[in-house]
Design a protein around this ligand. Structure first.
Ligand SMILES: Cc1cc2nc3c(=O)[nH]c(=O)nc-3n(C[C@H](O)[C@H](O)[C@H](O)COP(=O)(O)O)c2cc1C
Length: 365
């Protein structure tokens, strides 16, 4: 038996998470009931992605389709599916704290945040934009903790000023995300490579800014891989970390195709691409991204109206793919048309393990 060292618990608005490890939300269909429920059961914070819940259980909760896709946001972000996902996650983790990830850039953001509260989320995490009005949508649920994701001290300052002025509230915790993370990035393409935008540079600045607003717990995210990484950021003032890519290499990852894909990729297969959401996104050169290079990508026809910046397919046509359909195909395990996000460390997954294995490795000396 390995000796357990003292990783302190993480407390967010009165919720105690035994180990300060948050599993980052991953949509579409990557962190749903199985992954998030298991992480919470193992003492971390499991985070259910509220993105594309219409794809849950092969569209079981979708009421209206067009071209075989969930029609409009009310079907793409299905409330009944989200409630079912939470119910099934709770069957794994009982009363342990459970989070929901809701992207700010989505259509129906406020409705989906409210749905997540109704479904039983204790903590809501929002990135892909600065959620200046987030507290409005949880006013019926005063116990729900609100956790925005920021990529700079300036973003935190703007958000705290706004929330404090309008709602007399400051974030219950903040995720500070650097550009080694998976999926959408918080900074422009060129900035992803500059030293001053890396997590190591940004994190201390955010620590300083957070001190102006009381004791906000800060979670470091983007490229955290092992215990040494966790210790390094805890020493810099983090109360915990948010990790996602490592959980792509687990049996419990809800998008099962990742278990096949991850052990086969190399560093060169990981790339930053343009996305209809308007931010660069880190993904694997596989599926639709290969089709794009070959000029054989599927036609674009907006059905789900998923994110506001895409303007019903205008941006999708510019970048060459529909993000809802292609991430949805990824959740369905379509090797030809799926879009597969990863963090910069994705190539380090060489075998599939259990969530328990990862948690044990991270919490032990
Ligand atoms: C496959 C994948 C999908 C992701 N999807 C989302 C998402 O839907 N919403 C979000 O806020 N972050 C998303 N992220 C970012 C993660 O939640 C997390 O903050 C980040 O990836 C942490 O860096 P790491 O992957 O190096 O551990 C995604 C990351 C990955 C790898």
């Amino acid at each position: 038996m390995q000796r357990k060292t003292t990783l302190p618990p993480l407390t967010i608005r009165g919720y105690t998470i035994p180990y300060p490890i948050v599993q980052g939300g991953m949509g579409v269909g990557i962190s749903w009931d199985e992954l998030a429920g298991t992480v919470s059961h193992e003492g971390g914070l499991g985070v259910i992605s509220a993105v594309g819940t219409g794809y849950y259980q092969n569209f079981a909760f979708v009421e209206k389709f067009a071209k075989n896709r969930p029609f409009e946001p009310q079907n793409f972000y299905s409330k009944t599916a989200l409630i079912e996902i939470f119910k099934n996650a709770r069957a794994r983790c009982g009363d342990a704290p459970l989070g929901a990830n809701v992207l700010y850039a989505i259509n129906d953001y406020g409705r989906v945040v409210h749905d997540a509260c109704v479904a039983g989320a204790n903590i809501i995490i929002t990135g892909a934009g600065l959620p200046t009005d987030m507290p409005e949508f949880t006013s019926d649920f005063p116990d729900v903790a609100l956790v925005p994701i920021v990529s700079s001290a300036r973003a935190l300052r703007i958000l705290c000023k706004r929330w404090n002025g309008r709602y007399k509230r400051i974030p219950d915790a903040v995720v500070v995300e650097g550009p080694l993370s998976g999926g959408h990035q918080g900074v422009m393409y060129e900035d992803c490579f500059k030293p001053e935008y890396q997590l190591e540079s940004v994190f201390p600045e955010v620590v300083k800014e957070a001190k102006n607003w009381g004791n906000i717990p800060l979670l470091a995210a983007g490229g955290i891989w092992d215990r040494a990484d966790i210790d390094r950021f805890m020493d810099m003032g983090a109360s915990g970390v948010q990790m996602a890519t490592r959980f792509l290499g687990t049996h419990e990852c809800d998008a099962k195709y990742y278990a096949k894909l991850m052990p086969t990729i190399s560093k060169d297969d990981i790339t930053l691409v343009k996305s209809p959401v308007g931010y660069p996104a880190r993904a694997i050169m596989h599926g639709v991204l290969q089709r794009l290079q070959e000029g054989t990508a599927p036609k674009i026809a907006c059905v789900s109206h998923c994110v506001q910046p895409c303007q019903r397919g205008v941006q999708a046509k510019i970048v060459g793919y529909c993000i809802a359909d292609r991430l949805g195909d990824g959740a369905l395990g379509d090797a030809t048309n799926g879009l597969y996000f990863t963090g910069a460390n994705g190539y380090r997954i060489d075998k599939i393990v259990s969530v328990k294995d990862i948690m044990n490795e991270l919490i032990c000396d």
